[in-house]
Design a binder for this molecule. Structure first.
Ligand code: CA2
Length: 145
């Protein structure tokens, strides 16, 4: 059976490649999806998802419990605020990698704390969109038979 990796993206990441290229670069989420798809061996698929709404992200995490072998998530600003997303991720049993395009530790102090890191099996920050590919590679390593 095909194993599906969920790539979940939080608020404002629909603007990726369209605003603030100095911080987030010029590539779009479609580019991220194409780069990640190119890494998938036979038997794997991915679902690229983005929402500006916390509840929608939580619903997708719940869906992942049945439908995904692993989650790569850039929760955007919810990283720093959302106990609800942390609770949802704690109910997911597969591997979960947290990714940030920018190096959050080089930015404002409110970005230094992540609720999601309390659940994440790995945390990537500051590699630009290449971080998504590193995260997918890690999920593949952890889920290959
Ligand atoms: O560095 C990251 O990936 C962040 O998760 C991005 C969030 C920010 O709140 C986190 O602290 C770090 C913001 C996402 C906003 O994305 C945009 C992309 C392009 C243009 C404008 C916003």
């Amino acid at each position: 059976m095909t194993k599906t990796i969920f790539l979940l993206n939080g608020p404002n990441l629909n603007l990726l490649g369209k605003r603030q290229p100095d911080i987030y670069g010029r590539d779009t989420l479609d580019d991220v999806e194409a780069n990640c798809r190119a890494l998938l061996p036979e038997g794997y698929d991915l679902r690229m998802l983005q929402s500006n709404h916390e509840g929608q992200l939580i619903d997708w995490i719940h869906e992942a419990r049945e439908a995904a072998c692993g989650i790569v998530m850039n929760p955007g600003a919810y990283t720093h605020t959302s106990v609800a997303i942390l609770d949802a991720l704690n109910a997911f049993e597969g591997p979960m990698i947290e990714i940030h395009i920018s190096n959050v530790h080089k930015r404002e102090s409110f970005r230094h704390h992540s609720y999601v890191s309390l659940r994440a099996d790995g945390v990537i920050a500051g590699l630009g969109i290449e971080g998504y590919e590193a995260a997918v590679r890690r999920i593949l390593t952890l889920t290959r038979d």
